[in-house]
Structures are given as C-alpha cells and as structure tokens.
Design a binder for this molecule. Structure first.
Ligand code: ZN
Length: 340
C-alpha cells in the first residue's frame, strides 16, 4: 500500500546534457558517445530511485531532450529542420516547434530498446512515459491536417503501436503526459479523452495519465499567479477521467492551490499518483510534511488507490535537490503506511 513512484523525468548529469534547463543541448555530438552516456545516466537514475526507496521506478527520461519532441524526432511527416516559433499551452509561452508537413507515420519502433535496457537494470516495477495526443498536438506547428482532433487521433494510433511494444519489452506502467488537459478543459470530453482511450486500446499493463500545472519555469509560475485563490481545473476534468479507460491519474497537490477534496470526483474508480512533492521550489520537504498531505488524501480516497508521487517531472532541478526530494517522498509514505 502507498507504493511510491515519480512522474517521469529526473535531472540529467552534466556529462549527458546541460543541467537545469529544458530542451538542454546534448553534451556529445558523436552518436556512440551519446548513446553510451544516455545508458549510463539511465543506470544512475534507476539506482538513485531504488536507493531513495521509490517502489515503481522510471528511466528518468534520460534518453530524450524534451518530453514531447523526444518522440516526434522519430516520426515521419514532421519537419524538424524548419521549426516555427509558436505560442503553446494557449499562448502561455513561445517554443520553437517542428512542423507537420504530411500524413504522419512511424517507420520503426521508437522506444522499445530504451525500455528493454531499463528493464534489465531493475527488478522493481518499471514505468515508461510518453506525451499524450493532445499535448503533442499543442507542441507542434501543423501545416497538413489543420484540425486538432484528426491530428490527435493519428498520433493516438502511433502511440498505441509504441505502447504495445513497450509493454512487451517489460514496462509495468505506461503513462501519457497530458498537461494540455489542464489548459483546454472543454476539449477534454470532446476529443482529448477519445484520443487517449485510443492510445491505450488493447493494453494489459497499468495505464496512467499525468495532468499538472507544469515545471517551475517562469512562464508557468506567472500563469499560476493568474489562476486565483483556488485552482479548480481538476473539478471539470476529473468526473470525465473517472469514466475513461485509463487506470491511474497523476495529479499535482503539494504546494498548489488545488483542493484535495476534488479527489472525491474520481469516485474511487481510479488509482491516483498523488503529487506530494512540489517540483517548483528548491527547499526539500520534510518527511512529516509529505506524510501530512498523504494523510489528507486518505480522507477522500482509499489508501490502496494512493500512490505518493512527485507533482511533475524534475528535469529542471539540481540533481542533489531531486535526490533529496525522492528520499523525503519515500520516508513520508513510510510514516503513513505505518499508521494504517
Ligand atoms: Zn507535469
């Protein structure tokens, strides 16, 4: 009970990529050196999680430059050479995005080998993350489909092929990251969930969706400041998610203004990867602070449904901070477990 896990990403070592930035440039141009550095970083990321006491581990997303563009680089029909600067997440910030120029297709497996490698490094349950269809569509310039639902469905088919191979390679949990769900609330029931359901069709491993308020970068902090005293985005989307095909929902609570009682909207039908670690601040939570927020969650959700987790990815944080936060997470969960 109260098995701990992380959202997905961990900071990269400086010998792999420039630390503490998003879209960080790789430290190696030579492809062989880069592959070797990625694999070494995965070994360390898994080892750090195990040492910290995390139950369900990930590869720390060490092999991808960005959580969306990492997979898009391998998909046909997308021009990566000519990036367009566009406003993403409803114009919250500008990003240089690749362009969809023709029908998209996958010519070969993308993540299968990475998962097989990570699988060999641990006996723990392994989680693997990919961006969800709506978030992909929102992180691209589209000069071909010119219709977001159609493009999302096309990506969902590709993600589903990937997911089936990732499951076969040994992942126990496959998570789709959908921060865009928290932005385009009205599109979640009209096409966001249809695309997500299509992405998980036919899988027998656990499936998860991660919906958050983003990393602690300035654009996100500025956006959060406009959201008022109570953040009620989950109030609109959780009743919809309660009825979807996904097993687990990863949500942000620590240090946020999300009312914890909104968990009741899931009607105890889903596991919750419960965000008990704030990734936007450098201070390390105490185990007691972590325990207190997990205890609060048990009022609205049975403990077997709660998986203490980080609020979001930790890639922009210093490595020592991320490591100490992992330890606080597992120690806090241990306190509450001993009380049940
Ligand atoms: Zn997130």
């Amino acid at each position: 009970m109260l098995k701990t896990t992380i959202t997905g990403s961990l900071p990269k070592p400086s010998w792999l990529a420039q630390p503490e930035v998003l879209w960080a440039p790789w430290a190696h141009k030579d492809i062989r050196k880069l592959e070797e550095a990625k694999q070494d970083a995965v070994r360390i990321a898994i080892n750090d999680q195990e040492k910290a006491g995390i139950d369900i581990v990930s590869d720390g997303e060490q092999s991808r430059q960005h959580f969306v563009h990492g997979i898009l680089e391998k998909i046909g029909g997308i021009d990566f050479e000519h990036k367009e600067r566009i406003g993403i997440r409803d114009n919250r910030y500008q990003a240089d995005c690749p362009t969809v120029v023709s029908s998209i297709y996958r010519s070969s497996p993308i993540h299968k080998d990475e998962v097989a490698f990570a699988r060999k490094q641990t006996k723990h349950d392994l989680k693997f993350t990919m961006p969800g269809p709506m978030t992909i569509v929102d992180t691209l310039a589209d000069n071909h489909y010119r219709d977001r639902p159609s493009l999302a469905m096309a990506f969902a088919d590709i993600l589903n092929m990937e997911a089936k191979e990732i499951e076969a390679a040994g992942a126990n949990v496959i998570q789709f990251d959908e921060p865009a769900f928290n932005v385009y609330l009205n599109s979640v029931p009209t096409w966001g969930l249809d695309a997500l359901n299509r992405a998980v069709d036919g899988l027998s491993c656990k499936t998860a969706v991660h919906i958050c308020y983003g990393y602690g970068i300035k654009a996100n902090l500025d956006w959060k400041a406009t959201l008022g005293k109570v953040w009620n985005q989950y109030k609109i989307i959780l009743p919809e998610l309660a009825c979807c095909e996904i097993d687990q929902v990863s949500l942000e609570f620590a240090g946020s203004r999300v009312p914890i009682e909104l968990l009741a909207l899931l009607s105890n039908k889903k596991d919750v990867l419960f965000g008990a670690i704030d990734v936007t601040k450098l201070e390390i939570e105490t185990p007691e602070e972590v325990a207190a927020i997990i205890r609060h969650a048990t009022k609205y959700l049975s403990p077997e449904r709660i998986f203490p987790c980080t609020n979001c990815g930790m890639v922009p944080l210093p490595r020592s901070v991320a490591n100490d936060k992992l330890k606080a997470l597992s120690q806090g969960a241990k306190i509450v477990r001993s009380e049940l």
